[in-house]
Design a binder for this molecule. Structure first.
Ligand code: ZN
Length: 225
């Protein structure tokens, strides 16, 4: 390792210790960075052991607590100000059966993805409203691949190479995008942009078909109705 590399790793550890120190005084919860902060627009660093196991474990625990408290179904390290390719995911899918069916929203047990990447499998897309803890107050429709190949590692360094479909694929793609400095708004149908109140009041149908007609935006190909 170069002297530069050692200094960078020390700075990163320092950043993590500070974030965790803050969390220790706030019920284990870290503050979530909002859009406009460059950390959300900068590709995160590959994780290559910069944090020792115990520190990584504490960071993951605190990210999980922060995600649950928000509440959210995914949280990427840059969202708590840590520029590392690491994200936590968990979705108990507490939605009504019609919504769950239309959105293929199957439960996603808690998991950690490290240095993830994804590629589309097939051409089918799914178009649904999604939101982001770093863009509070709003949602927008994003056309995403209905099935993806996820590659990377888990928190123990085990290789991941699997097909992920439906809503879990959306979560994996959204969180992995964060690690590349991409926000969901970059991929959204911007005419669909709506406040949480508007979505709850007008566009809470299983699919955003009515919203597309009324607001004038495009739904992806092959979407299940
Ligand atoms: Zn997000």
């Amino acid at each position: 390792m170069t002297a530069d590399g050692a200094a960078r790793d020390a700075a990163l550890r320092n950043l993590v210790e500070r974030a965790l120190g803050w969390a220790d005084e706030h019920d284990g919860i870290m503050p979530i960075v909002a859009a406009g902060d460059p950390v959300l627009r900068t590709p995160a660093d590959t994780f290559d052991g910069q944090l020792e196991d115990a520190l990584l474990c504490r960071l993951i625990d605190s990210m999980r607590a922060t995600m649950k408290a928000a509440p959210g179904v995914g949280l990427a390290a840059p969202q708590v100000g840590i520029p590392l390719r690491l994200a936590v995911l968990e979705d108990s899918a507490p939605v009504d059966p019609d919504v769950a069916l239309a959105r293929e929203r199957t439960p996603l047990p808690f998991r950690v993805i490290v240095n993830p990447s994804y590629t589309a499998i097939g051409a089918r897309e799914a178009s649904f409203y999604e939101g982001c803890l770093s863009v509070p107050g709003y949602q927008a429709v994003v056309n995403r691949s209905a099935a993806i190949r996820l590659q990377g590692f888990d928190e123990r360094g085990e290789v991941l190479d699997e097909e992920v479909t439906g809503w879990p694929a959306r979560i994996v793609a959204h969180e992995t995008d964060h690690l590349d400095g991409i926000l969901y708004l970059d991929r959204a149908e911007t005419r669909s942009l709506a406040t949480h109140q508007a979505v709850a009041g007008l566009w809470d149908q299983p699919s955003p078909e009515h919203a597309a007609g009324a607001l004038g935006f495009r739904l992806g190909s092959g979407r299940r109705g």
